[in-house]
Design a protein. Structure first.
Length: 72
């Protein structure tokens, strides 16, 4: 299993574009310098009234398929 750690900071207004479907993916830079692209819907459980902010660990299978996301 592969894992990356990303720091994400989205205001509620920025996430609204994702929620409305205007934007479907989040592109983030991992702490080790890799660019990671994933569906913004994965962050919905972490949405608060002021947006999404935090450090997240994203796990992928060996063939690059999403497995899990968790806030660290």
């Amino acid at each position: 299993m592969q894992k990356v750690i990303v720091d994400i900071s989205l205001t509620a207004e920025q996430y609204l574009a994702h929620y409305q479907g205007a934007v479907k993916d989040v592109i983030a830079l991992s702490r080790d310098g890799r660019r990671v692209r994933f569906p913004s819907s994965l962050l919905q459980p972490y949405l608060l009234h002021n947006g999404i902010k935090g450090c997240f660990q994203i796990s992928f299978t060996q063939d690059g398929k999403f497995q899990s996301i968790e806030r660290l």
